[in-house]
Design a protein around this ligand. Structure first.
Ligand code: AR6
Length: 167
C-alpha cells in the first residue's frame, strides 16, 4: 500500500510535490491555497500569472519556491452543489490528473490536502471515499510515484482516512 496518512500543515512536508486546492484563477485564496502562497513566497503568484488559470478537475505544476517541497501541483476541486452536478467525477479527476502530472515529471512522492473539503463544502466522508478510490486506481498505472500522502488538517479527517484505509 503506497497510501499514507499524515496530520499537519502540508506546507511543511518534504516531498517531491504538494497538491494545492486552488481556484480557477490560480492566483491564490484562503484555506490551504492561502497557506501555500504564504509559505512559497510572492514568486509563486508571479509565476501563476502566466499559467492562464486552471479548469475544474485539471492540474498544473509550478516550482515550490520557498517550500520544502520541490513542486506544487495546483488543481481545482468542484464546489459542492448537492452531489448531482458531477462533483464526484470532477473530484476524482483532480486526484487522477494530479497524480498523472507528478508521474509524468518522474516524481516519486506527492501529498494531497482534502481537496474541496473546506471552503468548497464537499462532505468529508464522501470526498475521502472518492480520493482513496481514485488514488488507488491511479497508483496502479503510475511508473514513478511510489508514495502518496493524504494530509489531514484535523483529527477527524485523520480518523476518516485511517478508517477508509483500514489502518
Ligand atoms: N495544510 C493541510 N490542509 C489544510 C491546510 C494546511 N495548511 N489548510 C487548510 N487545510 P480549502 P477547498 C485543509 O478550503 O475546499 C481557497 O480560497 C482544510 O481543513 O483550503 O478546495 C481556494 O483559492 C480542508 O480539509 O480548499 C479556493 O477558492 C482542505 O484543506 C477554495 O479555497 C481543503 O480546504 C478551495 O476550497
Amino acid at each position: 500500500m503506497k497510501l499514507a496518512v499524515w496530520r499537519g500543515d502540508i506546507t511543511r512536508l518534504e516531498v517531491d510535490a504538494i497538491v494545492n486546492a486552488a481556484n480557477t484563477s490560480l492566483l491564490g485564496g484562503g484555506g490551504v491555497d492561502g497557506a501555500i502562497h504564504r509559505a512559497a513566497g510572492p514568486e509563486l503568484r508571479d509565476y501563476c500569472r502566466n499559467l492562464g488559470g486552471c479548469v475544474v478537475g485539471e492540474a498544473k505544476l509550478t516550482p515550490g519556491f520557498r517550500l520544502p517541497a520541490r513542486y506544487i501541483i495546483h488543481t481545482v476541486g468542484p464546489i459542492w452543489r448537492g452531489g448531482a452536478h458531477g462533483e464526484p467525477t470532477q473530484l476524482a479527476a483532480c486526484y487522477r490528473n494530479s497524480l498523472a502530472l507528478a508521474d509524468s515529471h518522474e516524481l516519486a512522492s506527492i501529498a494531497f490536502p482534502a481537496i474541496s473539503c473546506g471552503i468548497y463544502g464537499y462532505p468529508a466522508e464522501q470526498a475521502a471515499e472518492v480520493a482513496v478510490t481514485a488514488l488507488q486506481q491511479a497508483l496502479d498505472g503510475a511508473s514513478h510515484v511510489r508514495r502518496v500522502v493524504l494530509v489531514a488538517f484535523s483529527a477527524e479527517q485523520e480518523a476518516l482516512y485511517r478508517r477508509l484505509l483500514g489502518a
